[in-house]
Ligand binder design. Structure first.
Ligand code: NCD
Ligand code: ZN
Length: 449
C-alpha cells in the first residue's frame, strides 16, 4: 500500500496543468494517475487545489556560521517550509566566509540535523582560493561577488575570474555590480546632500554598475564557454545584455522584491528596503516582468538576507543591506498569477524546475514518476494579509507587512512526509497561522557534476 495519495488535485506539470492523483511511496512519486483506485495509508483530498513541485529557493543567506542571531538553519528552514520552499541553496558570505574546504566541511557539520528543508551550500571565491575550489565537491556553484555587499567576499582580479571560468566544474553565480564603478559613485556622493534622500541607495549604486559587471562577466564566460548564472538581475539594461548573450549556459535570476517594489517604495519603507542590488525604477520592474514572459529570466529566488529591525533602523551608512524573503517568495508569485501577470506552470518553471536544472539538483523540481515527493498544495483562492508578527524568520519582519496576497500554500510535503499545514481553509474562510506537523529534518542535496 502506498504511503500517501494526493487525490484529485490540479497537478502543475512543466507543460501545463492537468487534474489527477499523485501517489507517493518511500518518499518518491511512484505513480500519477487520472483516478487511482487502490488504498493508501493517508489520503489527502486536493479537490479545487493545485499540487505544485516543492519550491527550490536558489539564493538564501541562513547566517550560519557567525550571525546566528539574525537566522539559523532551524528558523530559516521553518520560514522556508511554511512558505512552500522545500529546498534552499545557501550563500557563503558567512562569518567567517566559506572559502576553504575545511570551512565547507564545518558548515555541513553545523547544518546536520538542523534544517527542515533540503539544502545545498555555495562556495565563495576570493582572489586566492582557486586551489580550494578545485578540492571541493557537491556544491551547486561558486559565488563570485564582483562588488562589495554584506560581508567582505569579493574577487577583484580578472585573472582569477578567468581561472574560475576555465575550471568549469561548477556554475559561477555572479553578484554583478562592478566594484570599480561602485567606488566611483561612492566618491562622487561623499559628503553630498543627496545622502539624506530616501532613495539614496539606488542613486549611489546605479544601474550602470550592474550593466558594466554583467557585460564583463558574460564576455568572460563566453570566452571559456562556461556556465554563468546572473544573480538578482534588477535593471532593464542588464536584461538587454543578458538577452544578447543568452544560451543554455547563461542563466538569469530575479528576486520578488525587484519584481514588486520600485524607488517610490522607499517613501513608506525607508532603509528597510536597502538591499544589493538596490530597488530600481518602475521601468526596470516592467523590464524584469517582460523578461519573465520572454524566457530571458530562468528563475526567481528570494535572496533571503535577514537583518534585525533594530539593525535596519539606522542611518544610511550603518544600515545593513538585505531583506528577508524566503517565506513570501511563493505567495508573492501566486498573487502575481491571480493578477494575470503569468501562469502557474510558468511559476513552477521559475521556482522549481529552473533551479533544479541550472544547479543540477538530482531528483527534484518537477512532478514526475521517480522524482522526490517534495510537494506543495496550493489554494489560489485564499487571501491573507501579511504581518511581521506571523513571520517565522528569526529577523521577524518582512517588507510585505500589511499587504494582502491572494494564492497561498496550504500544505508542504518533503520526502513524502507532511511537514506543515496552514490554518487556512479553501476560500480563505479561516486563513490563519499554520502549524508544523512533523519535526523531521531534511538533508543535503545531491548535485550532478
Ligand atoms: C546580502 C546579505 O545580507 O547577506 N545582502 C543583500 O543586500 N543582498 C549580501 C548579498 O548577497 O549581497
Ligand atoms: Zn544574496
Amino acid at each position: 500500500m502506498a504511503d500517501l495519495l494526493l487525490k484529485k488535485g490540479k497537478i502543475v506539470f512543466m507543460d501545463g496543468i492537468r487534474e489527477g492523483d499523485v501517489v507517493v511511496n518511500g518518499g518518491k512519486i511512484v505513480e500519477i494517475a487520472a483516478d487511482y483506485r487502490e488504498e493508501a495509508t493517508r489520503v489527502i483530498d486536493c479537490q479545487d487545489k493545485f499540487i505544485f513541485p516543492g519550491v527550490i529557493d536558489a539564493h538564501v543567506h541562513m547566517r550560519v556560521p557567525g550571525t546566528e542571531y539574525k537566522e539559523d538553519f532551524a528558523t530559516g528552514s521553518m520560514a522556508a517550509v511554511s512558505g512552500g520552499v522545500t529546498s534552499f541553496l545557501d550563500m557563503p558570505n558567512n562569518v567567517p566566509p566559506i572559502i576553504s574546504k575545511k570551512m565547507l566541511t564545518e558548515k555541513r557539520g553545523l547544518a546536520d540535523g538542523q534544517s527542515f528543508a533540503n539544502y545545498g551550500f555555495f562556495f565563495g571565491a576570493t582572489d586566492d582560493n582557486v586551489d580550494e575550489i578545485k578540492r571541493i565537491s557537491n556544491v551547486p556553484g561558486i559565488k563570485v561577488y564582483m562588488g562589495q555587499s554584506t560581508g567582505n567576499l569579493i574577487v577583484r582580479k580578472d585573472e582569477v575570474l578567468e581561472q574560475i571560468f576555465s575550471y568549469g566544474k561548477f556554475p559561477v553565480v555572479a553578484h554583478a555590480e562592478s566594484q570599480e564603478c561602485l567606488t566611483r559613485f561612492a566618491e562622487e556622493y561623499a559628503g553630498s546632500d543627496a545622502r539624506s534622500r530616501a532613495d539614496f541607495h539606488s542613486v549611489v549604486r546605479p544601474s550602470e554598475c550592474a550593466r558594466e559587471a554583467v557585460k564583463h562577466v558574460l564576455h568572460l564566460a563566453k570566452k571559456y564557454d562556461a556556465r554563468v548564472h546572473i544573480a538578482h538581475a534588477s535593471t532593464a539594461e542588464e536584461i538587454d545584455v543578458i538577452r544578447k548573450f543568452k544560451t543554455d549556459k547563461v542563466t538569469c535570476e530575479v528576486t520578488p522584491h525587484h519584481l514588486v517594489f520600485d524607488d517610490t517604495s522607499y517613501e513608506k519603507l525607508g532603509l528597510k528596503l536597502k538591499v544589493n542590488p538596490p530597488i530600481r525604477t518602475r521601468a526596470d520592474v516592467e523590464a524584469l516582468w517582460a523578461a519573465i514572459t520572454d524566457g530571458t529570466v530562468d528563475i526567481v529566488a528570494s535572496d533571503h538576507a535577514p537583518h534585525l529591525l533594530s539593525e535596519k533602523d539606522a542611518e544610511y551608512e550603518a544600515c545593513p543591506a538585505g531583506i528577508p524573503g524566503v517565506e513570501t517568495i511563493l505567495p508573492v508569485m501566486l498573487d502575481a498569477v491571480n493578477k494575470g501577470l503569468l501562469n502557474l506552470d510558468r511559476v513552477a518553471q521559475l521556482l522549481s524546475a529552473g533551479p533544479a536544472r541550472i544547479f543540477g539538483i538530482k531528483g527534484k523540481g518537477r512532478i514526475e514518476v521517480g522524482y522526490d515527493a517534495d510537494l506543495v498544495i496550493i489554494d489560489m483562492d485564499v487571501e491573507k494579509k501579511i504581518s511581521n508578527a506571523q513571520m517565522l524568520t528569526k529577523c521577524a519582519w518582512t517588507p510585505w507587512d500589511g499587504m494582502t496576497l491572494k494564492g497561498w500554500p496550504v500544505m508542504t510535503i518533503i520526502g513524502g512526509e507532511v511537514m506543515y499545514e496552514s490554518g487556512g481553509g479553501a476560500g480563505g474562510a479561516s486563513a490563519g497561522v499554520g502549524k508544523f506537523v512533523s519535526s523531521r529534518r531534511a538533508g543535503e542535496l545531491d548535485f550532478l557534476q
